[in-house]
Structures are given as structure tokens and as C-alpha cells.
Design a protein around this ligand. Structure first.
Ligand code: G3P
Length: 218
């Protein structure tokens, strides 16, 4: 599974990228707002740090303008992935932009039929929002399962499932079990993935016993 980080905060991205475990980045207008910086600067800086796909979202709602914005964003760097909303206009823009060879992430997906349409429109990634479905008392992970089944039923559908709106470490595990190709994870959750109290406890014990040996490896 590929790991993307879901943030527009450059310092956090640099810290996580330094692990060598980061495959890409997703941003959205809310995350750009949070960064407090101009979008183009943010995207340019992120693409200079992360060689993998970096999603930058259009804000137009009509296909023609989406296509124009998409071409503009894609010109920032070759790894920019144009993020388009899952609307009829977004699907139309997706078909055109992927036809021109651009990477496209179709976002705000809440149903398997939407995901099927995005794949038919040639999307590079589909972003089902797990957490926002769970917020409504629905089962976000079931959506990942259903999309996996549908995509696996048809060889011609090559869109990657990008599990988004991840809120917990369990979401990451469940998305991996369900066969999502990518999880985009907020930095705080990503850091928690390596944590376990028994790891801390065990390490403490080993180090304390090691100190008693009086030895040093180097
Ligand atoms: O990038 C989109 C997505 O991950 C949003 O997450 O937590 O705002 O639902 P959230």
C-alpha cells in the first residue's frame, strides 16, 4: 500500500518525507486555507520535496473552467495530480485531462457508482471519504470493499483506490485489509502508526538490562 500524507503543511511533509516512507501528498482547499499560504507556492514547494503524486484541487465548478485550472495546476510540476470533484462536470474534465496525459484524482466520492463512473472517465485515483461516511453512522470501509470488488471485476478499470478522510489508525489497517491501493493520512495519524505501548515497554526493559551488562556495541 502506498502512503500519502493529507496536509498542506510543508514542515510536516518534510518531516515525514525524511523517513523515506512517503509516496505522495493530497491537499484540498480547506488544507490550503489552514496553511495560510498562496496555493501555487504551497504546491510548488511540496512538489520539490516529494517526487510522488501531489494532489492540487480545482475550485471551478464548470467543466471548461476546471480543465483550464487543471492545466494551469499541472504546469506547476510534472507530479501535480489534478484533483476534481465527483460531479458530471468533474467527470467530463477528468476524461479530457487524463486524455491529455495528466494525473487526476477524483475526490468527494461517497458511493460505489460514483467510483465506477470515475474509473470509466479514466481517473488515476478515486478518493472515497471514509470518515465522513462514518460521521453519518454509515460504513465508510464497506465503500472501499465495494469499490475494490467492482474494479477487480473489470480488467479495463485501472483507477487506484485512494482511501481518504482517514481519522484513525484502524482506518489505515482496515483500508489495507480491504485492498485500497493508497491511504492518504493526516500527519498525526501517520506518526501513530508506528506506536505501540508494548514496543515502548519492551524497549525500556531491553535498554535497562543492556545498561546492566556494562557493554557498548560501538
Ligand atoms: O483530502 C480529503 C480528505 O482526506 C478529507 O478528510 O477529515 O476533512 O474528512 P476529512
Amino acid at each position: 500500500m502506498k502512503f500519502f500524507v493529507d496536509t498542506a503543511d510543508l514542515a510536516e511533509i518534510e518531516e515525514i518525507a525524511a523517513t523515506g516512507l512517503l509516496d505522495g501528498v493530497t491537499t484540498n482547499p480547506s488544507l490550503i486555507l489552514k496553511s495560510g499560504r498562496p496555493m501555487v507556492d504551497v504546491i510548488r514547494d511540496i512538489t520539490a520535496v516529494v517526487p510522488g503524486p501531489v494532489s492540487a484541487e480545482v475550485t471551478a465548478t464548470k467543466a471548461d473552467k476546471m480543465i483550464e485550472e487543471g492545466r494551469f495546476l499541472a504546469a506547476i510540476a510534472s507530479n501535480v495530480t489534478v484533483k476534481l470533484p465527483l460531479t458530471w462536470d468533474g467527470l467530463r474534465a477528468c476524461k479530457v485531462l487524463t486524455g491529455e496525459g495528466f494525473l487526476v484524482n477524483v475526490t468527494l466520492c461517497f458511493s460505489a457508482n460514483q467510483a465506477l463512473l470515475a474509473a470509466k472517465a479514466g481517473a488515476t485515483f478515486i478518493s472515497p471519504f471514509i470518515g465522513r461516511l462514518d460521521d453519518l453512522g454509515l460504513d465508510g470501509m464497506k465503500l472501499i470493499d465495494d469499490i475494490r470488488t467492482i474494479y477487480d471485476n473489470y480488467d479495463e478499470l485501472e483507477t487506484e483506490i485512494l482511501a481518504a478522510s482517514i481519522r484513525t489508525v484502524n482506518h489505515v489497517q482496515q483500508a489495507a485489509l480491504a485492498g485500497a491501493d493508497v491511504s492518504t493520512v493526516p500527519p498525526a495519524i501517520l506518526k501513530k502508526l508506528a506506536e505501540h505501548p508494548l514496543t515502548d515497554k519492551g524497549l525500556e526493559q531491553f535498554l535497562s538490562d543492556w545498561a546492566k551488562t556494562g557493554q557498548s556495541i560501538l
